[in-house]
Write a protein that binds this ligand. Structure first.
Ligand code: NAI
Length: 470
């Protein structure tokens, strides 16, 4: 195929939530934009193999779990409950395909040219693309935005084989329910996928190195309470477990771990490794192009997301900060606005963090533990969902909301929660904090009754020890 050279004002490398959102915002601001994507459709890890497919599976399996364990108490009686895994996967794939089409439509609408293939920096203003359908393209641009995301970390002693030792990429696409499964890592990915397969009947053991699960971004009391909920649902969770070896045989796998100085062995059909993700700079040619990486292998950027080559920007998982789709999106918008001469900005201290288990756990801002470590003077208000009428009506009383406020100014520093819809409930706290709101502001805001959101208000009231229903 012929070599093609094209000129743009902005070329974005990577079509995940960071990259494609940056491209849309740049196009809205009048730039001529191209985007380069190595997968066969845009959407990145999040849409193709991460956030979206996992949420589809979590939704399906939460209903299955309800029907199996709770429906009878609601008077819903039926016979022969079964899961058709192939159909569940087909539905998940259809959701992903529909969103993929939606993003393709957005590119068209915004006149963004899409190049499918692997992009490599070939100079300060050039991206060479090895096109997926053969041949190559040379893209010239005034500015380049790198948004190449992240890939799963593998254990050095047990590389993933995609069958017996898998990552989340395969964990969202298993053809059948494994009888026994070990999940290594009790972070967001580990807990979400452990929940999916456990709800469908797999005997799942989560091995977490730290003394508690969901350790990143959550207070110890919140993650311990969440762990108790997951254990009630049938998950086995071992904390303080350091996995040392995995042996894959024809029939299954054996995982060896050290727990409190003792050796432990787990046999399973497969093991899912969810021990974090690492920045994806593979084949990007960043270092060869003179772009500095940090010690952790992320692309180094300044406060305007400029790399050491000032016309090359980087956003999302490939730069510092939490590896979250919404953080990448906001950085994409900010960079497009900076390039247009606007004051692009992301409030890094107010980025919500959610794990979509049942109940969900969510946090924003400073936790109680972190605030105490910093010796800040705080007031903490807590409210249990046991005392929330809507939660009782829903059978969703397992949870709590915690508001952390500055003891002197009453300004809300952080909110943490466990609740059925924590992913949505946290938005109120995020908005409050974005406006620099106080616990009093939240406490005096009228909340619809009956809603779970009243627990936010009650926790804010509890900051001054005046919760009404506690
Ligand atoms: P993570 O860093 O959140 O959790 C990994 C866990 O594995 C840690 O608790 C760590 O202590 C443990 N671990 C590491 N090595 C171990 C070993 N040898 N034995 C036992 N435990 C070990 O990473 P995760 O869950 O893989 O997620 C990757 C990234 O993707 C994170 O930044 C996460 O926030 C993001 N993500 C966010 C989601 C969400 O917002 N719901 C969903 C999926 C991913």
């Amino acid at each position: 195929m012929a070599k093609d050279t094209k000129s743009f004002e902005i070329v974005v490398v990577g079509g995940g939530p960071g990259g494609y959102v940056a491209a849309i915002r740049a196009a809205q601001l009048g730039f001529k934009v191209a985007i380069v994507e190595g997968r066969s459709q845009l959407g990145g890890t999040c849409m193709n193999v991460g956030c979206i497919p996992s949420k589809a599976l979590l939704y399906t399996t939460e209903h299955f779990h309800f029907l199996e364990h709770d429906a009878a108490a609601h008077g819903i009686l039926f016979k022969d409950l079964k899961i058709d895994v192939a159909k569940m996967m087909a539905r998940k794939d259809a959701v992903v395909a529909q969103l993929g089409k939606g993003i393709a439509g957005l590119m068209k609408k915004n006149k963004i040219e899409v190049f499918f293939g692997w992009g490599k920096l070939a100079g300060d203003h050039t991206v060479e693309v090895a096109l997926s359908d053969g041949g190559s393209a040379t893209l010239e641009a005034e500015n380049i935005i790198l948004a190449t995301g992240s890939v799963p970390v593998e254990l050095p002693f047990a590389p993933c084989d995609g069958e017996k030792i898998i990552t989340s990429d395969q964990g969202i696409a298993l053809p059948e329910v494994p009888a026994k499964m070990v999940v290594i890592g009790g972070g967001a990915i580990g807990l979400e996928l452990a929940s999916v397969w456990n709800r469908l009947g797999s005997e799942v053991t989560v091995l977490e190195f730290l003394p508690r699960v969901a350790a990143v971004g959550f207070d110890a009391d919140i993650s311990r309470a969440a762990q108790r909920s997951f254990e009630k649902q049938g998950l086995t969770i071992k904390t303080g477990a350091k996995v040392e070896a995995i042996k894959a045989g024809k029939k299954g796998v054996t995982v060896q771990a050290e727990e409190d100085g003792k050796k432990a062995t787990y046999d399973a059909d497969l093991v899912l490794v969810a021990v974090g993700r690492k920045p994806n700079v593979h084949g990007l040619g960043a270092e060869e192009a003179g772009i500095k990486l940090t010690e952790k292998g992320r692309i180094e950027v300044n406060e305007r997301w400029q790399t050491s080559k000032l016309n090359v920007y980087a956003i999302g998982d490939v730069v510092a900060g939490p590896m979250l789709a919404h953080k990448a999106e906001e950085e994409g918008v900010a960079v497009a606005e900076i390039l247009a001469g606007l004051p692009g900005h992301v409030n890094e201290g107010v980025i919500p963090n959610v794990i979509y288990t049942a109940p969900e756990i969510a946090s924003v801002g400073l936790g109680e533990d972190a605030a105490k470590e910093r010796k800040l003077k705080i007031k903490v208000g807590k409210f249990s969902l046991m005392a929330n009428g809507r939660a009782l009506a829903m059978g969703a009383t397992d949870g709590q909301v915690k508001v952390i406020a500055d003891a002197e100014t009453d300004r809300v520093l952080g909110v943490q929660m466990i609740a059925a819809t924590a992913s949505d409930l946290i938005a109120e706290a995020v908005l409050l904090m974005e406006f620099g709101g106080s616990a009093e502001d939240l406490a005096r805001t009228v909340h619809a009754h009956p809603t779970l959101s009243e627990a936010n208000k009650e926790a804010a009231l509890a900051v001054d020890k005046r919760a009404l229903h506690a």
